[in-house]
Structure formats: structure tokens, C-alpha cells
Design a protein around this ligand. Structure first.
Ligand code: HAM
Length: 416
């Protein structure tokens, strides 16, 4: 209907000023440790062939069975908005032959992901992740490095109230041995048909069931961690040794189940204390069979996805981001046309030196322009009028304290 307001679809996250600055800071903080470790950007489509996810992520998962945004495009193809990043990265690595160059192939990405979940605080239908994937190396040291990169991102934001849960899902031999006993155990339980067929696709899913009666029934279920063969055990012990060397503390959580089916070996989750039900701020692990499953060669991989929205909520809950971080360095009020010219020049010079500078345009009277400076939260303000131009000196006012000092226009950079 004409004139009626249109609202954003239910359950999407979006960021407008002033909060968008904090979002940007959080996202950058999560990306920068990956860059420092030599990961390179991979930018991928937000929609893919549906089969990529049914095959890659697994039909037993909630993500695939209940939460995908799937539709037919105009050419009759089944398309899905990406619910996660790993399957797409593997698809692209195979397609572009990135697995045939220097290994590991180390990639990072950041962007929007889509899951048709029931919206609540910290759980959105469109949300943001920063992720990395390291493909083609089995070395347990890279597992520890991947975890350390995620941890460094959270630390960079300033978060402290979170813990790291880790476990190992072992290699295929270990998982097969466990599966036999787990399936036999599950057969003794009194379960409804839907749960049974879920368990038939992936019996580990039952560890993830939130219903109290299923939880209760699963208390004595055999744990995968007790079935690791020599190789898997050694690998996991090495990972823990490296984490110790990095002084990254962790909790062993053998009942942890990740929401995606491709995981093998080392898996982990970062859990924040102050976020309530949606406390997972990031997670990841190895997926040594995924590439072959998607038609590529048999290469191992490990990576993580960090929730930018939840990391922001965590930062706000901990009170570690202050709005002052994002304000401009200088606010210039020009009085008159000549002053406007000067203001444009000064601002341009300072911006080239990395300062954030705003100018009050619109020929407002001094009082109104001052109000604008106040609202902007800028650290310093200067007024440029005829006398300032002729003397080449301005009064630099620190907004917080009200203190002023005379500064040569040419020396503004050092004064700031
Ligand atoms: P994931 O655990 O499904 O893993 O998602 C990673 C993070 O994304 C979660 O820890 C959470 O912070 C955030 N997240 C997930 N769903 C939502 C939602 N509905 N609303 C807000 N935030 C959400 C993956 O996606 C894997 N691809 C990670 C990975 C990469 N594993 C190996 N490589």
C-alpha cells in the first residue's frame, strides 16, 4: 500500500550509526589476526547450488533439514542462501585449483550468512561471520594456530569472559569403531521415529538433543573420545601441548557436538559467559573428508567461523567498547567562504595523515555549528574566520575539558 512503512524482514541483524562503528571494529578485530598469519581473502557468492550444502553440511543437521533459505531461481535451479562458509570455500578451492599450489591454502572470509532459525537475542536469520580455512595440512600445530587466531581476535576486541571447549572426533577409523557401539546403545533406547531417523543419519546428533528425556537417556552413552585410535590420540595430544605452549586455556568437552556434519578430529567452540542461551561466539574444527565428499582430492582442512553479531553483543555485555573510540579527531567550523576553502584544504591534509576530520558546512551561525560539533563527539574543534586566516593561528579547543590553546594551522597535526 502506498505510503505505508516497510520494515526489515523478521530476525535479521542490521547495523546503523552509531552502533555500526562498534560492529566494524569487532569485525576488523576478528579479521586482523588472520591477516597477520598470512591468510588471504576469498570473496564468495552468498548463494550456491543447494546440493553443495546438502552434501557438504549434511542432511542430519538442523541447518540443512530445517534452516536453509532454498528457492528455485528463474532457470528452475535449486539455489540456497549460504548458511555457513566452509562448503563454499571448498567448492571454490576445487573449482579454482587452489589445492594444487602451495599448501596449506590459507583463506579468510567475512560476510552475511542465512539460517531460518527462530529469532531471539543473538540468533538471527541473517548474521555475520568472520572465518578462516587452512586446507591441505595434517600438522597438529596448524590446529593450535587456527584456535590461537580465533582467540587473538576475541582478545583484540577486549573480551575476557569466555572459555574455549575442545574435543576430538577422531579419524574415520576411530569414528567407525565408536559408531558401532553408539548405534547399539541407541537401539536400547525408547525413541520416537523422527529421532530414530535422525540418529540413523548421524548418531552423534543425539548428544545435541536439547530434550531432557533424551539428555537423560544419553548420560551413559559411549563417548567418541574413548575410541580414538593411536594416531588420533597422538594428534589431539599434540594440539593440546601446543595450546599449552601458547598459554591458551581450554576445557575438554567430549560431549560437544558441532551443528555441522563434516567435522573430524580436533573440534572447538568459544563460549561467552554473559550471552545466555546463544553463547557460542565462534566454533570450528577439522573436516578431513569434506573435500573428497565435494568431488575434490582427498585433502584435510581446518577452520573456524566467528559470530560477529554475538562478539559485538559480548563486547557490549562486558562494556569493553567505548563510543569514544569511534569519534572524529577534529571538527572544523568555517566562517565565510574563504574560510570554507581553508577548511577544505586543512581537512584534506590532515585526513591524508590518517586523522578523522569533519567540517561544518551549510553556513550555519557559530552557535548552531558548535552544537553540531558537540553532537559529533569530536575530540577537538577549531573555528576558522578571517582573523585566523590572516594570523595563520587557531584556537584548538578540547571538547571534553573545554581547554583551549593557540596553534599554528601548519602545526595542527602535531597538536592533535
Ligand atoms: P557454526 O558454529 O555453525 O560454524 O557458526 C559459527 C558461529 O556463527 C557461531 O559460533 C555463532 O557465533 C555464529 N552464528 C551461527 N548461527 C548464528 C545465528 N543464527 N545468529 C547469529 N550468529 C550465529 C560454522 O558455520 C562453520 N562453517 C565454522 C567452520 C569453519 N568450521 C570449520 N571452518
Amino acid at each position: 500500500m502506498a505510503g505505508q512503512k516497510i520494515q526489515a524482514p523478521k530476525g535479521v541483524s542490521e547495523y546503523a550509526p552509531p552502533r555500526s562503528s562498534a560492529f566494524e571494529f569487532v569485525r576488523e578485530s576478528l579479521i586482523s589476526p588472520a591477516r597477520s598469519a598470512g591468510y588471504q581473502l576469498i570473496e564468495l557468492p552468498v548463494f550456491e547450488d543447494t546440493e553443495l550444502f546438502t552434501r557438504g553440511v549434511g542432511e542430519s543437521t538442523d541447518v540443512v533439514s530445517k534452516e536453509m533459505y532454498t528457492f528455485e531461481d528463474r532457470g528452475g535451479r535449486s539455489i540456497t542462501l549460504r548458511p555457513e562458509g566452509t562448503a563454499g570455500v571448498m567448492r571454490a578451492v576445487i573449482e579454482h585449483g587452489l589445492d594444487r599450489g602451495q599448501l596449506p591454502s590459507k583463506l579468510w572470509y567475512s560476510g552475511a550468512f542465512f539460517r531460518a532459525e527462530r529469532p531471539q537475542a543473538g540468533r538471527y536469520r541473517q548474521f555475520y561471520q568472520v572465518g578462516i580455512e587452512a586446507i591441505g595440512l595434517d600438522d597438529p600445530a596448524i590446529d593450535a594456530e587456527v584456535i590461537a587466531i580465533a582467540d587473538a581476535g576475541f582478545k583484540k576486541i577486549g573480551l575476557t569472559k569466555y572459555r574455549l571447549d575442545i574435543t576430538s572426533l577422531g579419524d574415520s577409523e576411530s569414528r567407525a569403531a565408536h559408531r558401532v557401539d553408539l548405534v547399539a546403545f541407541i537401539a536400547t533406547l525408547d525413541l520416537d521415529e523422527a529421532t530414530k531417523s535422525r540418529a540413523a543419519l548421524n548418531p552423534l546428533r543425539l548428544f545435541d538433543d536439547k530434550r531432557p528425556e533424551v539428555r537423560e537417556a544419553m548420560t551413559n552413552a559411549p563417548l567418541l573420545i574413548d575410541y580414538l585410535n593411536e594416531e588420533s590420540r597422538t594428534h589431539f595430544a599434540q594440539v593440546r601441548k601446543y595450546l599449552d605452549a601458547l598459554q591458551i586455556s581450554y576445557t575438554l568437552n567430549p560431549r560437544m557436538v558441532r551443528g555441522l556434519d563434516y567435522y573430524t578430529g580436533t573440534t572447538f567452540e568459544f563460549v561467552h559467559e554473559l550471552l545466555g542461551a546463544q553463547s557460542g561466539i565462534g566454533g570450528g574444527g577439522r573436516y578431513d573428508g569434506l573435500m573428497a565428499e565435494l568431488g575434490g582430492q582427498s585433502l584435510s582442512g581446518i577452520g573456524f567461523g566467528l559470530g560477529v553479531d554475538r562478539a559485538l553483543l559480548a563486547a557490549e555485555a562486558e562494556g569493553v567498547i567505548s563510543a569514544e573510540t569511534f569519534v572524529s579527531d577534529l571538527f572544523i567550523i568555517p566562517l565565510g567562504d574563504l574560510a570554507k576553502e581553508k577548511a577544505l584544504q586543512v581537512a584534506s591534509l590532515l585526513r591524508n595523515q590518517g586523522k578523522t576530520v569533519e567540517i561544518a558546512f551549510g553556513d550555519r551561525a557559530l552557535k548552531g555549528a558548535m552544537k553540531g560539533a558537540d553532537k559529533s563527539g569530536a575530540r577537538y574543534v577549531i573555528v576558522i574566520g578571517d582573523s585566523e586566516i590572516s594570523s595563520g593561528t587557531v584556537e584548538l579547543k578540547e571538547m571534553k575539558t573545554g581547554a583551549t590553546s593557540s596553534v599554528k594551522i601548519d602545526s595542527l597535526l602535531t597538536a592533535l
